[in-house]
Ligand binder design. Structure first.
Ligand code: ADP
Ligand code: MG
Length: 266
């Protein structure tokens, strides 16, 4: 496992971002309030928080699909005010096109942005070969397992070489074993590609095992309850790491902050 190469270079900055739907009307819903954080080159930041606290909405704001009510997001110092492909976005559903092969799916975003030249094709093939899909480049999605389809979706995100990668509950539809394997592999790949990534998950263990920092959001409207630096020492195996004292300490603290009993009873 490649260690973090987190630098001090800020890739993405959220400043006091608030998002309210139907703002100023009787049906106003404030999704989240006053969110500020930085994401550094080579860093994985996990965001955990109860369902409905605004995590996916925050991603839509970062991707430029929604305008925040107040505050700002910058990527590489440029204000996000439109969906310009500055970030790669991966969701729980793989959204692969069934009639396209693995390679054609990985190339999809490149084609849409007019960048599907020979060099891009070679880059896509090298991602496919390097990260567990070699020999499947001509296969259709229906011939693949759920875990492999998520790998293809992740390769499609990487192929665009975005400044930052947003992962919204990317493993939550997978069985437990596959999820653990993908957590380890995706973390390793992000490290090797020296990417900055934000992972939204409601799985506390996944957040601790994968991230350099974990940001904890409150119930809606989501506000930042805490941000934890994660240091798991030298243990990087995604399963073994769960048996360490450090992992369990982080788990207990974050579990307490999430107020999970309140959520379960709600
Ligand atoms: P999470 O991803 O944390 O589960 P979401 O970001 O999906 O939460 O939603 C946050 C809140 O904003 C929820 O209460 C949801 O109902 C509301 N919401 C999301 N999208 C819209 C929308 N387009 N219009 C109105 N309310 C919305
Ligand atoms: Mg969501």
């Amino acid at each position: 496992m490649v260690k973090s190469v987190k630098s001090t270079e800020v890739v993405l900055q959220a400043d006091n971002v608030t998002m309210a739907f139907a703002a100023g009307t009787a049906s106003e819903v404030v999704a989240f309030r006053n969110i500020s954080f930085s994401l550094h080159q080579g860093e994985i930041l996990a965001i955990v928080g109860p369902s409905g606290c605004g995590k996916s909405t925050l991603f839509n704001v970062i991707a430029g699909l929604l305008r925040p009510t107040s505050g700002s997001v910058t990527v590489d110092g440029t204000l996000v005010d439109d969906a310009t492909g500055h970030v790669g976005y991966m969701l729980q559903k793989d959204l692969l096109l069934p009639w396209r092969s693995v390679l054609e799916n990985v190339m999809l975003g490149l084609e849409v942005s007019g960048a599907a030249d020979q060099a891009a094709r070679e880059r896509a093939m090298s991602l496919i070969n390097r990260y567990g899909l070699g020999g499947f480049e001509s296969a259709r999605p229906k011939a693949l397992s759920g875990g492999m389809r998520q790998r293809v979706a992740f390769m499609r995100t990487l192929a665009l070489d975005p400044k930052a990668i947003l992962l919204d509950e990317p493993f939550s539809a997978l069985d437990f074993q596959t999820r653990l394997i993908l957590q380890g592999d995706v973390k390793r790949i992000i490290r090797e590609q020296n990417k900055a990534a934000i992972l939204v998950t409601h799985d506390i263990g996944e957040a601790i095992a994968m991230a350099d920092r974990v940001l904890v959001l409150s119930h809606r409207p989501g506000t930042i309850k805490a941000i934890h630096d994660i240091d798991l020492g030298d243990e990087t195996d995604p399963v073994a790491v769960r048996r360490t004292e450090a992992f369990n300490n982080y788990f207990d603290v974050i579990w307490g902050e999430l107020d999970a009993h309140v959520e379960a009873a709600a």
